[in-house]
Design a protein around this ligand. Sequence first.
Ligand code: NAD
Length: 356
Amino acid sequence: MNLNIALLPGDGIGPEIVGEAVKVLDAVGKKYGHTFNYKKGLVGACAIDATGDPYPAETHKICRESDAVLFGAIGDPKYDNDPSAKVRPEQGLLRMRKSLGLFANVRPLVVFDSLVERSPLKAERVKGADFVCIRELTGGMYFGRPQGRSEDGNTAYDTCVYSREEVERILKVAFEQARKRRKLLTVVDKANVIATSRLWRQIAKEMAPQYPDVQVDYMFVDNAAMQIIQRPTYFDVLVTENLFGDILTDESSVISGSLGLLPSASLGSDVALFEPIHGSYPQAAGKNIANPMATILSAAMLLEHVGLQQEGAAVRAAVEKAIAQGVVTEDLVDASMPGQTARSTTEVGDFVAAHV
Ligand SMILES: NC(=O)c1ccc[n+]([C@@H]2O[C@H](COP(=O)([O-])OP(=O)(O)OC[C@H]3O[C@@H](n4cnc5c(N)ncnc54)[C@H](O)[C@@H]3O)[C@@H](O)[C@H]2O)c1
């Protein structure tokens, strides 16, 4: 296969972790006879510094002309610590998602057996947890207008808006994911209070008969926040709106023991984008200590998305092998295991690339 991949390393640790994922992709290409062509684009703080725009038109063009996008992370303390900055890296992220039509963020959560003890939850509770959170990404309160402040500055308002079309297309992704997995779909909402949630629930009930093999379960978001901690092994596929999804997916990520392990895919009608769920971890930038596995696993999702299932599985197996053999960065080094030392970002990438 000949695949054109847009690389958007972004800020902080972005270039390092994307570099390791590329190393792994190249090893896959060599082993399985594929050619991956890369084109790099700027996004985030580095794009503001170079062009004044956090998501330049040139980057959008590179993404649109590619078969898939591999993204690192954006964010820089320079902007985080300056609330008055008018142009911000996060605007680039939101604009990128919106203009590429990436309405579904898919975040798988798997607890690796060799890491159950790292989870902040009891091992017997998390062992075997394996679910996918699907978050709506381009609607709801993050994009709804009006949004702002009253003239005197003492009242602020946001608007949560969802159209039937937006809800149907994300639920379709969720039903189809559930169909490919254990066939349990949990629709998370706040239908007892919020009008948009009632629309979500109504549409989910209308669509359910088209997927008779999928069991649908409706759960209020406050209850879901508890259940994810109390019985994470119950869930198969969760689907929810943008704000609830933002919170629940971060909550879920903690279960696995490290943010540095979790990949994601953002899907839409056009090109798909793959990215680790963590941010730019600026404290680690340039130190060769960040965990590249979330980005490497995002590359595995990319391969599977374009139909290279065996190749994706080979990358996952190599990551599992690295974890099982203790070839991990400092975030996964267990103080209770004497003799285990932290490996660098590049050493972990080398190991995974060598074992695909
Ligand atoms: N999608 C994105 O690009 C995205 C997402 C979240 C935050 N951000 C931005 O990232 C910057 C830093 O934000 P933050 O500190 O809240 O979140 P962060 O995810 O960058 O880091 C939080 C903590 O998670 C751990 N961590 C994250 N990635 C890791 C990795 N690869 N290996 C090992 N440990 C890792 C570290 O302990 C780190 O201190 C901010 O500017 C924020 O706006 C960007």
